[in-house]
Design a protein around this ligand. Sequence first.
Ligand code: SF4
Length: 87
Amino acid sequence: MQVRQERCKGCTESVHVSPEKLERLIEIASRGRETVPDENYEVRLKQCSECPGLQYGTTCRYCGCLVAVRAKLQDSDCPFPLAPRWN
Ligand code: SF4
């Protein structure tokens, strides 16, 4: 079976990230930085999952971040215009 790869218009990388790669990216981004407790992380991810700014199920349209990585970091905030959906 051939899997169709969506491509971001602005780059050549696939917009899809495997769960393994996502875990690795979270681990790398979290090095030496405070992370949020799991319950806060889940609340943030739920807000992202219901947000019109979420693209491809992974990426915030306002900052270009992978939300699973951004939401994990204590000092992150939500860049939703005028009214952040989490902080
Ligand atoms: S604007 Fe905020 S809630 Fe929406 S996808 Fe981006 S980080 Fe998540």
